[in-house]
Design a protein around this ligand. Structure first.
Ligand code: UDP
Length: 352
């Protein structure tokens, strides 16, 4: 049934893909974005689709702007919040931990307070909250035999991972507090593995400033915008010495959000990993990009990036079993191909 969904960070990479899917599914969507790393162009691109313009609303605000967020929740009778807005660079979080805790942790507290204030004023509440968490909450605890399951010990090795773990704990406490009230809330934290690729209908892409992610960086080399790719560590305890990640297509990640939003029940708190269960090393990703693009990629080996884990591969059996979720783009070359096709059509990112 169509509902009113607030998408924080809705002009960012993952948030914009969620907005597109929700609009196509017929929902009313309220985007809250401070435009720090989001792209205003997304609004115009999405508004070109028939019937969408009247169902898409944009609030230019930080999630910590409690009064604007509260007003938007009340005005649009928001029922579901998908909370994507956050700072999400591991390396940056090690350099600026306070900025990460302020944005991610204090930001969530303000957002939950705005939701609570709207509930007190109107008597109506946001009934479902879906939170973007990360495999960085596990830290370096996985090994080749044991992919990371939701009950794996949580030992984040970066301020980013710790900030997201704190957010999960805050949400769990808030869900527990409200469970006994007249307006219980259903909460879910989705622990994303390495999200990549883009909208296969060609409207939305991945455009980070600065770009720190492996696949977009390799594609910048393939398209001649960078001279080489730095391999950040080749002395990890992995078969080829480079770090292993579980890459998941952004549309599959968004599909996980939609499934979770449709089934969680008031009072529940759920945690799901979202990954394919297959790992690829940095060298394997490089080979896959060369195969897709047909371009040779020069590399240089540098030292490890602070805060990086050797391996992060999901045991995603929980979401597969409980929500019947499975990746529709399970193969890395297909994920890369969707990103490459956007990059070729938008050589300067959204600005082009
Ligand atoms: N990486 C790399 N060179 C780069 C960027 C990333 O070797 O220019 C490595 C990074 O150390 C990690 C993997 O690629 O092992 C994926 O990094 P990314 O930043 O894409 O995602 P993260 O795992 O940090 O969320």
């Amino acid at each position: 049934m169509p509902t009113s969904v607030m998408v924080t960070g809705g002009l960012g990479y993952i948030g914009s893909h969620a907005v597109q899917r929700l609009l196509r599914d017929g929902h009313e969507v309220v985007i809250v974005d401070n435009l720090f790393r989001g792209h205003r162009e997304v609004l115009e691109l999405l508004a070109q689709e028939e019937s969408v313009a009247t169902r898409m609303h944009f609030v230019h605000a930080d999630i910590a702007n409690r009064s604007l967020v509260r007003k938007a929740i009340m005005q649009h009778r928001v029922d579901v919040v998908m909370h994507f807005a956050a700072l999400a660079y591991v390396g940056e979080s090690v350099e600026s931990p306070l900025t990460y805790y302020r944005n991610n942790v204090a930001g969530l507290i303000e957002l939950l307070t705005a939701i609570d204030e709207a509930r007190r004023i109107t008597g109506l509440g946001v009934s479902r909250f879906v939170f973007s968490s990360t495999c960085a909450v596990y830290g370096d605890t996985g090994d080749a035999e044991r992919p990371l399951a939701e009950d794996t010990v949580l030992a984040p090795v970066s301020a980013y991972g710790r900030s997201k773990l704190m957010c999960e704990q805050i949400l769990r406490d808030e869900a527990a507090r409200l469970a006994a009230s007249d307006v219980p809330i259903a909460c879910a934290a989705l622990r994303y593995f390495n999200v990549c690729g883009c909208d296969r209908t060609g409207v939305l892409g991945e455009d980070h400033r600065p770009e720190t992610h492996l696949i977009p960086i390799i594609l910048e080399v393939a398209s001649g915008k960078r001279s080489h790719v730095a391999i950040l560590g080749d002395d990890y305890a992995t078969p080829d010495g480079t770090a292993i990640r579980d890459y998941v297509h952004v549309e599959d990640l968004v599909d996980a959000h939609v499934r979770v939003m449709n089934v969680i029940k008031p009072g529940q708190h759920r945690v799901y990993n979202v990954g394919t269960g297959r790992g690829a090393s940095v060298l394997e990703v490089l080979r896959a990009v060369q195969q897709v693009t047909g371009v040779g990629i020069p590399t240089r080996v540098l030292g490890r990036r602070s805060g990086d884990a050797a391996r992060a591969v999901a045991n995603a059996s929980c979401i597969m079993r409980e929500l019947d979720w499975k990746p529709s783009v399970p193969q890395l070359p297909d994920m890369i191909a969707s990103a490459w096709s956007w990059v070729r059509r938008h050589p300067g990112g959204y600005a082009s």
